[in-house]
Write a protein that binds this ligand. Sequence first.
Ligand SMILES: Cc1ncc(COP(=O)(O)O)c(C=O)c1O
Length: 457
Amino acid sequence: MEEKNKSLRQQALDHMFIQMFNTVQMAEEGGPLIIDSGNGIYITDTEGNTYIDGISGMYFRNVGHGRKEIAKAIYEQLSKVSMDVYAGVTPATVRLASKLAEITPGDLSRTFFSQGGSLANESSLKLAQAYHMRCGDKGRYKVISRRGSYHGATYHTMWLGGHPGFPRTDYQPRPSHVVTVPQPNFYRCEFNSSSEEECGELSAKAIEDAILFEGPDSVSAIIGEPVSQPLGGVVPPSNYWPMVREICDKYGVLLVFDEVITGFGRLGTWFGSDFVKTVPDIMSFAKGITSGYFPVGGTIATKSVANAFSGGPERTWSHAFTFASHPGGAAAALKNLEIIENEKLIENARLRGEQLTENLNELMGRHPIIGDVRGVGLIQGIELVADRSTKEHYPNELGVNNMLTDELKKRGMWIRVPAFILPISPPLTISKVEIDHMCSIIDESLHAVEGNIHLSK
Ligand SMILES: Cc1ncc(COP(=O)(O)O)c(C=O)c1O
């Protein structure tokens, strides 16, 4: 068995590009982790080590691991109808589109399916631009996004937002139609605001300034996540999104919410839009719609956006992917949504989120390395700092993130820590006892890291 694992590991190192990773570091770590099975919030590797999955795969495993009922729903669907035809539909995809119209906020009601978050965002932004064309606004093509956000890995989406964890130096040129503005992150507010409200107001105002600077007739859309993950769950001040909504309406710019992570219960509400009390014109979704049991994403539009495409051939939205609307994905999504509803997982995310916030704030009292605790529901994070008063980070060469990844793993928790943020996003099925256990592992791991840093100074 040990030999077999070694050989698999070597084959992975020899023949795969592993996401975001270099093979030398992987080999030094004895990795990659080879997952063999999962159950609830736990994953087990091929050597029999079990870990709490503190990050839900990659923020997608909302209903937890080992859901045989979803596997069965996919099997049954594929045994009957396993494909879509060009310009056709299947009963499962139609049912899923109707279900989405029912659970999404406002009058979001017409969906284009895709295979993941990047393609969902690509589709949303293409839809926004095509919408303006149908309205006779031919010059609207620019897209505003917020620094610190992540919207995908395709050439277009990778240039939206921006985060040090996802360098883009290999991929020039930067598309000239992409404009970035500040993230409303009060802890590191670009305006040095003295209150959350001020940070929200100035960050929203920065969007208006960008629209005016670029020329309102040239701006197609603003894209943002209601609560942004890469910086550990940035919950914007409550005045921010309603103000942005007003600004969009004032200048005829479409508001696109990227709900790839925030959708399907993670914040303790069906969608992030419900949490921030703002309805977008277009919403992108992926990950939690199937909890990752089948790769599905999508773009859902309000009636007024969708109506611009109703009519004759000249109004058609010319957009397609071969595997959009796969019935296997629709079957997985329908069963996944049924589980979320039947097991009241949204309510659980809210309650366990409150408990997690309380526990993390308590840890902050004990660990000087914690600069800030942020997030809501089951998208939370800790920002690690070298000095609380200056908010300075440790130098990258010290590898604090790798030390913490290692200490968590030793204690039975799997979270790959990127840069200076410890992201915490377990499956929505997590129990009260499991939250406490997870926090005690974080507590011990931070102690160990603080000790290591002290030794290495
Ligand atoms: C907010 C957000 N949008 C888009 C994406 C891209 O999704 P995918 O990796 O499925 O293409 C991600 C992926 O992590 C994400 O977190």
